[in-house]
Design a protein around this ligand. Structure first.
Ligand code: MD3
Ligand code: FE
Length: 203
């Protein structure tokens, strides 16, 4: 299952399971300081996915556009430091996928409740597209939509579950992708929620 999406991508099933306790404790610490919020897109829509960030740079959107910012605009402070357990998991996963020099400087934390979705988009706010993106799924399962370089290209559907880590590099890096509306459900200990950690080198 490691290369089904093309060179530079990897599906690392269960890769986060050994670190799950530390990851969940660290996630709680981060969102105590920079709480989840539903941001507004440049077009004026409130996102159904609630977001926070940790690390030197955080992804934000508002009526003026998308950007990476050192400051959490909700609390007017820098984003919380990236927890060691987060950083170590991301670098280990990248290395496993063939990116031994990945140094994440941004971690976007997405929270999905049933019905929340992320429509098809490309990630183009980073400087160096040769750097991979590492994604960690926790909690409820989700259907990941993975398309091509054009919005209209046909999409593959990939199921991701708690503990899965996906690495997106190489030719997949600029492909359209999204998350189908989260199905109703309950994950032991976490409840009606999916979290996704997205690690990037933004530069
Ligand atoms: C494939 N988040 O935050 S992460 C995002 O599960 C985002 O919350 C999704 O897309 C989530 O931008 C998916 C995985 C991901 C991230 C970037 C990609 C997959 C990607 C870039 C290219 C191709
Ligand atoms: Fe994305």
């Amino acid at each position: 299952s490691k290369d089904i999406l093309g060179a530079g991508t990897a599906v690392l099933a269960g890769f986060a399971l050994d670190a799950e306790e530390e990851l969940l404790a660290s996630l709680k610490d981060v969102v105590e300081r920079s709480p989840f919020r539903n941001m507004v897109t440049p077009g004026g829509f409130r996102m159904s996915v609630a977001m926070s960030n940790c690390g030197p740079l955080g992804w934000v959107t508002d009526r003026t556009g998308y950007r990476y910012d050192q400051i959490d605009p909700e609390v007017n402070r820098p984003w919380p430091a990236m927890p060691r357990a987060f950083r170590e998991l991301a670098t280990a996963a990248a290395e496993e996928a063939g990116f031994p020099n990945f140094v994440p400087d941004a971690c976007l934390i997405n929270r999905y409740e049933p019905g929340a979705r992320l429509s098809l988009h490309q990630d183009k706010n980073e400087r160096d597209f040769t750097q991979p993106i590492v994604s960690v799924s926790l909690g409820l399962p989700a259907t990941f939509l993975f398309g091509g370089l054009e919005r209209g290209d046909k999409t593959q559907r990939i199921q991701v579950i708690h503990g899965d880590v996906l690495v997106w590099g190489g030719s997949a890096r600029l492909c359209y992708h999204g998350i189908a509306p989260l199905k109703e459900g309950e994950y032991p200990r976490l409840g009606r929620v999916r979290y996704n950690l997205t690690f990037r080198n933004v530069g």
